[in-house]
Write a protein that binds this ligand. Structure first.
Ligand SMILES: *[C@@H]1O[C@H](CO)[C@@H](O)[C@H](O)[C@H]1NC(C)=O
Ligand SMILES: *[C@@H]1O[C@H](CO)[C@@H](O)[C@H](O)[C@H]1NC(C)=O
Ligand SMILES: *[C@@H]1O[C@H](CO)[C@@H](O)[C@H](O)[C@H]1NC(C)=O
Ligand SMILES: *[C@@H]1O[C@H](CO)[C@@H](O)[C@H](O)[C@H]1NC(C)=O
Length: 322
């Protein structure tokens, strides 16, 4: 798993294999629109509001992806317009919560959110040891994690301590330092919201179902540096794109479109936290930055997960979505 910045702020994923037999305790289950949420208790209504807000927030991006010319937000994060139909399908699937095979050969399932608030609710095997999702949430280190190859997305206790939805105003947009050609902030202020964590995990869910691959590069400038093919696998790139469109942001660094080669990857100094100290007339160090990408091992399938929750004798309730 790629951890490029303080994990406190970022949603993530864990890839499980067939041998990692996941176990989910019988938990109270509600249906919210197309999604299932388990064990969220007093947060059921919050989850319903968040999913509704997220669906609405995706609409401008879906429209943007269907337009004839690429927006700056799109080019900044996905580069090549040829990927727009794929990105659009991911978002469209997210809004409908469509049922997909979570891995090749696995049964189809809708995403299931599980609000983990104690031990022994979600466990799996890791190198012969039982791992508990509650422990993996790290006593408040991760807000959420998608358990890829399974239908489950774990919502950690930290999630509910963070802000739900940003103010929809271009005042919330990131600033750009033109002389550095970088975003001035690392991206947290744009992205650390419950609504975007949910989107992040759902993007992992649908991207994995089609690509059997996944990436977590978090910092906004690192996401700008990703080539389009990598961005397509990187959940946070989707979230930055949606957030920028939804807020109506217009300022972006100029994307380096030079072909790979001698100058590609030469970036100006990473400016996070130090940027305010820099003036236009001060000398700026040039560093060669490797884009941090983590290859995820391919797995075949997980036949261990029973997506049919009713067979576990769970109670189902329906929350009207709208
Ligand atoms: C979107 O959902 C359809 C099923 O409705 C599925 O065939 C397709 O692979 C999915 N694509 C993505 C990227 O999730
Ligand atoms: C500012 O930059 C210097 C030099 O690169 C680095 O040592 C320092 O840790 C940075 N400060 C912060 C707050 O990131
Ligand atoms: C840079 O410009 C500022 C004013 O904008 C000035 O105070 C400072 O002395 C200049 N620094 C250098 C190294 O020229
Ligand atoms: C960049 O990555 C390559 C391959 O991982 C490595 O060999 C090289 O040392 C890295 N360069 C820098 C400047 O980190």
């Amino acid at each position: 798993m790629q951890v490029s910045l303080n994990s406190l702020y970022w949603a993530t994923f864990i890839l499980l294999t067939t041998t990692q037999a996941i176990q989910v305790a019988p938990l109270d289950t509600y249906q919210i629109g197309p999604y299932y949420v388990q064990n969220c208790k007093s947060n059921n209504n919050n989850m319903a509001t968040l999913l509704k807000t997220m669906t609405a927030a995706l609409q401008p991006a879906i429209t943007d992806l269907g337009s004839t010319s690429s927006s700056k937000a799109y080019t900044t994060f996905f580069k090549d317009v040829s990927r727009a139909p794929y990105v659009r399908t991911v978002f469209s699937n997210v809004t409908k919560g469509v049922s997909v095979a979570t891995a090749p050969g696995s049964p189809s399932s809708e995403p299931n959110f599980i609000c983990v608030d104690a031990r022994d609710q979600v466990t799996w095997d890791e190198n012969g040891q039982q791992v508990d999702a509650y422990t993996r949430c790290g006593g408040g280190e991760w807000p959420a994690m998608a358990l890829l190859t399974t239908p489950y997305i774990v919502i950690c206790p930290l999630f509910f301590t963070q802000a739900a939805v940003p103010v929809q105003s271009s005042a919330s947009c990131l600033k750009v330092r033109p002389y550095l050609n970088r975003f001035a902030q690392g991206g947290k202020s744009l992205i650390v919201y419950q609504v975007w964590h949910l989107l992040h995990e759902l993007v992992h869910y649908y991207v994995y179902s089609t690509e059997q691959d996944s990436l977590d590069v978090y910092g906004v400038n690192q996401c700008v540096d990703l080539p389009g093919g990598k961005a397509m696998l990187n959940a946070q790139s989707y979230v930055y794109y949606v957030a920028n469109i939804w807020l109506g942001c217009t300022k972006f660094p100029t994307v380096d479109t030079r072909p790979s080669g001698r100058f590609r990857g030469v970036e100006l100094l990473e400016t996070e936290a130090n940027s305010t100290a820099l003036k236009a007339n001060e000398s700026i160090a040039l560093v060669v930055q490797n884009v941090s990408v983590q290859a995820v091992p391919l797995v075949q399938t997980s036949g261990d997960v029973d997506p049919d929750l009713t067979s576990r004798g769970l109670r189902r309730h329906k929350i009207v979505y709208g």
